[in-house]
Design a binder for this molecule. Structure first.
Ligand code: BMA
Length: 332
């Protein structure tokens, strides 16, 4: 966490953007700002099935190279995992009641969950820098834990079951699989209005390194209830992080298609300016999703009406992109 500002990240930044895929060196943020994001988000969903390609069509071998590239340039790597529900074999978005109880030690699907984690461990242990050192990763499993849409969420587990699942996940990867390159991110959605609510499913200070939430603006303009809510949630995690000696972050954010061209400076920067967080990561520039028939992107691209304002956002002294991450020598 740097005093001068916050790092800015982007999900799948090097893999694709709006209207392009796999062009070496390209990134929508770089096209606009002349610099890469400081934080690179990647996603492991479907790795647990032994697939070669993740649920958003990114091949894992390419992802590994992108992770190495970002790390070698001094960037920060964070990884999420929309893993298959081991209880029902459906996707992560299947909150069948009993899903968490079924994967805890001694329960019927426990071995399946362990075999999923084995694949995660193998992947993490394969991420290496130029000298063969393991690449540090901010790992964010079981994310948006306060919501009811994932199999590990509030609809399909009690608080104690969830905490046990998180503890088991960390202890298994760390103590059994001997993966020691991960920092663990506790991550809620934005359904909390108090510190106590935010921490309801917190598995313990010995397990967690970063505290975070995800937030998306979906309605309203630049002076809307979204900003007030964002502001109050930032204040909550900032206090939690301070009291616990943890790092705070906004692990996912965005306003799909960015309908307000001044959003970057007027909504995001003006709010974050008053708070102390380590990074904010904007979600993926998926482009047109044929299956869902929808357009999804959270960072502008060349020619988009918000492109100029994003450049202004880049130029603010408190927004830190890859050049500043590199200059900060985070790994030394
Ligand atoms: C969601 C969307 C989906 C994607 C999922 C996992 O928010 O972007 O299209 O599959 O994240 O990355």
């Amino acid at each position: 966490m740097l005093d001068k500002g916050y790092f800015v990240g982007h999900q799948d930044a090097l893999a694709y953007g709006v209207n392009w895929k796999y062009k070496p060196g390209k990134s929508d943020i770089r096209d606009l700002a002349g610099d890469y994001p400081a934080v690179y988000g990647w996603e492991l969903g479907n790795l647990e099935l032994g697939a070669d390609v993740n649920l958003d069509s990114v091949p894992f071998n390419k992802m590994k190279q992108f992770i190495q590239e970002g790390y070698n340039r001094g960037g920060i790597i964070t990884i999420s995992w929309h893993g298959t529900n081991p209880y029902t074999n459906n996707s992560a978005w299947d909150p069948t009641p009993g899903s968490v109880a079924a994967v805890l030690p001694g329960a019927e699907k426990h071995e399946i969950y362990k075999s999923q984690l084995d694949k995660i461990a193998t992947f993490m242990l394969s991420l290496k820098g130029k000298k063969g050192e393991l690449i540090p990763v901010l790992f964010r499993p079981l994310h948006e834990l306060s919501g009811g849409w994932f199999w590990w969420g509030s609809k399909s587990s009690t608080t104690d079951e969830f905490k046990s699942l998180f503890r088991f996940t960390v202890e298994y990867l760390r103590d059994v699989k001997q993966v020691h390159s991960l920092l663990y991110v506790y991550n809620t959605g934005d359904e909390f209005t108090s510190e106590q609510q935010f921490l309801q499913r917190y598995p313990g200070d010995d397990i967690i390194d970063l505290v975070s939430f995800d937030t998306y603006q979906r309605v309203g303009g630049l002076d809307s209830t979204f900003i007030k809510g964002f502001e109050s949630r930032l204040a909550i995690i900032e206090k939690v992080a301070k009291d616990k000696g943890k790092i705070s972050a906004v692990a996912e954010a965005g306003f799909n298609q960015i309908p307000y061209s001044e959003w970057w400076t007027e909504a995001i920067a003006k709010t974050l300016f008053r708070h102390r967080i380590s990074y904010i990561l904007f979600w993926r520039n998926a482009g047109y999703k044929y299956a869902e028939k929808e357009l999804e992107f959270y960072v502008p691209y060349q020619g988009h009406p918000a492109a100029a304002n994003f450049k202004k956002f880049y130029e603010l002294k408190e927004t830190l992109f890859e050049k500043e991450a590199r200059a900060s020598k985070l790994y030394q």
